[in-house]
Design a protein around this ligand. Structure first.
Ligand code: PMP
Length: 411
């Protein structure tokens, strides 16, 4: 028995053989929930699945048919490790909407932005290196950091996003403890799970702090084009080319099933990312990339995004109204100006994780706040998503949740 087996039950007879890094790989709280939450009688405010019901499937189907007929031998073949050149060119047009001027040579296509988080961590992080993350942070990124045995240090957010002073303190304290910080992982727009957006003045401040301390920024921006009230915010990468690696995705603006995302990186980093991509997958799927590329040329994708925004805005409004109407007065929440999520603070003494089975019995599901912290914090909060259910179901889900909370407060 090696030290790995110490914390495990012996149900897995391979336990002595796994690499030490697998210790950090645990099923996310969200995954365990999916089975229950997908039962039709449960209103799931848990998962963050994009709502693709508005996609014109006939248009997509026709474009994909044309793609196979006209370019099948390329689309069904291996491609380049860096990704399809035409798509990389189109990606630079997408990023221009957020003020980014980039060369297609500096774009690496990935299997969703999830793989981009993995590749960036793979090329930068040794075990014990520190990644600074917002508190709370995206569960899928925390999973990657754990799987590479990184230490996550959280820095506080408020209604305007990451608090610059909290970032500065986290950097100073981590350095004083003799640890190496590899990068700041941040989701500036319509944060998953917190729902907040980094204000414009803070964007400059965060960049200045990172430059002053020589810390790379990993800017993860899958929701940036899904703002409800205004034009897209200026990306961090728009004002800082050398110190920022920017991640984008077509999962929320087109289709998560395509699994196409990207990283825009400084030149040298881009070369390392391509090597890492080649060893991970040889190349991202040519078919998916060409399907996305064809969709972008054959369809009014910006018009489509406008429709998505309207749908998500209606759902956000339904969520806000229901929270106001039903939740106990001692709960707190923010009003997201885009994206999929709202973060709810619970009355003192209530543990969202402990309450979850009772919520599921009452046919409503959410994700407990602890899923979004590397250090066990977050028990007094939960993430609610408004992207998938209809406005009526959202209202019903929040009504059920309020009933569960009230019963909990009487316990
Ligand atoms: N980053 C964030 C913040 C996300 O919310 C998600 C998806 N939930 C991802 C990255 C990964 O998305 P994808 O791999 O589909 O691009």
């Amino acid at each position: 028995m090696n030290e790995l087996s110490a914390g495990h039950t012996r149900l897995d007879s391979y336990v002595d053989r796994y690499a030490a890094r697998t210790q950090g790989m645990t099923a996310s709280e969200i995954r365990a929930l999916f089975a229950v939450a997908s039962r039709p009688e449960v209103v799931s405010l848990a998962g963050g699945m994009p709502n693709i019901s508005g996609l014109p499937l006939d248009v997509v189907g026709e474009a994909i048919g044309d793609l196979i007929r006209d370019h099948g031998p390329v689309a069904l073949q291996y491609g380049s490790g860096q990704g399809d050149p035409r798509l990389r060119e189109q990606i630079t047009d997408v990023m221009r909407l957020e003020g980014i001027e980039a060369h297609p040579d500096d774009v690496v296509v990935t299997v969703g932005s999830q793989q981009a988080v993995d590749l960036v961590t793979r090329i930068f992080c040794d075990p014990g290196d520190v990644v600074i993350c917002e508190a709370p942070s995206y569960v899928g990124a925390l999973g990657v950091f754990k799987s590479f045995q990184c230490d996550v240090v959280h820095a506080e957010m408020d209604a305007d996003g990451l608090v610059p002073e909290a970032l500065r303190q986290a950097i100073v304290a981590t350095k004083a403890a003799g640890k190496t910080i590899k990068f700041l992982y941040t989701i500036p727009n319509f944060h998953n799970p917190a729902g907040v957006t980094l204000s414009l003045p803070r964007r400059r401040e965060i960049l200045d702090i990172c430059r002053e301390h020589d810390i790379l920024v990993l800017e993860d921006n899958p929701y940036g084009l899904l703002g409800f009230d205004a034009e897209p915010m200026r990306a961090l990468r728009a004002d800082e080319a050398e110190g920022v690696i920017y991640l984008g995705s077509f999962s929320k603006t087109f289709s998560p099933g395509m699994r196409v995302g990207w990283a825009l990186a400084p030149h040298a980093v881009r070369e390392k990312l391509v090597l890492a991509q080649e060893s991970a997958t040889l190349c991202p799927p040519a078919f998916s990339q060409m399907a996305v590329s064809t969709y972008l040329t054959s369809h009014d994708w910006q018009g489509q995004i406008k429709q998505m925004i309207e749908m998500y805005r209606d759902r956000r409004d339904a969520m806000m109204e229901a929270l106001e109407d039903f939740l106990p007065a001692s709960c707190t929440w923010n009003t997201p100006s885009g994206g999929f999520f709202v973060w709810v603070g619970l009355p003192p003494g209530i543990d969202a994780k402990a309450m979850l089975p009772r919520a599921v019995t009452a046919r409503v599901a959410y994700v407990p706040g602890t899923a979004f912290f590397a250090d066990g914090f977050g028990a007094g909060s939960m993430r609610l998503s408004f992207c998938y259910p209809t406005p009526e179901r959202i209202r019903e889900g929040v009504r059920r949740l309020a009933g569960v909370l009230e019963a909990e407060m009487e316990l």
